[in-house]
Design a protein around this ligand. Sequence first.
Ligand code: GN1
Ligand code: MG
Length: 356
Amino acid sequence: MLNKILEVFGLDPKEHRTLKFGDGLINNTWKVTDSNGEDLFVLQRINKSVFKSPLDIAENISKVGKYLSQHYPDYLFVSPAPSAAGDYTIQYTDKEYYRLLPYVKNSVTINTVQTRDEAFEAARQFARFTRLLADFDTSKLKYTLVDFHHLSKRFLQFQQALESANKDRLITASEPIEKAQLLSGIAEMHSKIINENLIPLRVIHHDTKISNILFDADHKGLCVIDLDTVMPGYFISDVGDMMRTYLSPVNEEEQDLTKIKVREDFFAAIVEGYLSEMGSILTKTEKSLFVYSGKFMIYMQALRFLTDYLNNDIYYPITYPKHNLVRAQNQLVLLDDYIRAENRFLEITNAYNVSS
Ligand code: GN1
Ligand code: MG
């Protein structure tokens, strides 16, 4: 079947190979190589049950791409390649949409952050992306996922799941459920930020895990990739997701929860990297929310995994029965350790003169 897709993009299946690639939970990704094994493209199938309007993604990427090439022609922006008919996203069946991206030569991706420099470089790249688009009119972009990072609504979904979940799952998950409820102040704070318009909408990536940065051979960041959720949003989403995914030496899949630790010096690297691009653009209030951003994103991801467990695993793919429950527990342990380090983090942001 992928051969048919290659043909739609004008590639001869006899001369190209597809290999499963990456570790995303939502979309499917393959690397396309030529018969000599040279990497040429990245092919992606967009998950239509998550992204209801895949063509909106293509439209957003095209608008952002045009703006960047006009104003910053040297910036490396990985735009999708057109199909033989000139489409940037093709619809194969009702539920199947594909796009093809050029493979950036000599680039590498990493799956876990091992050094402070990697955290700094990634934060710098995500911040650069938002900085270059600081004057882009956010109202021109579609919401490819409505209320994607709306924490109060995620909390509501969690409460609804508590109502409808089966007894067994409620009992098995009783500890994390109780913990998530005790931490609901994090969602209240989010409501306050949103309802009182405390911070501005910006062009935000919304998925800042380290594998969404391309590095060069010298470990310098090249650009950001995975642009499905590029849409209007708040800086706490990007910075918070970096806190969530770079601070601990192990990720959300780790089942040995004793390995989860917050590396305090990596927090400083993220703040420094982000400020190196966005320091003169962020408002005073935004700068005061660096520490909150981590709590916000870690808590939201814990709620999302826990909600999905209570809903009988309808969103995130699982490979063992309690997978989503363990992911939720993992994120709650991370959140505990993050909160333990909170005063230290406040000192760090104060030292950069960013906390009000
Ligand atoms: C999903 O598919 P992937 O791995 O890029 C999710 C993110 C979560 C992440 C957790 C559209 O991203 O919000 O943070 O899993 N994306 C969507 O691993 O729900
Ligand atoms: Mg993604």
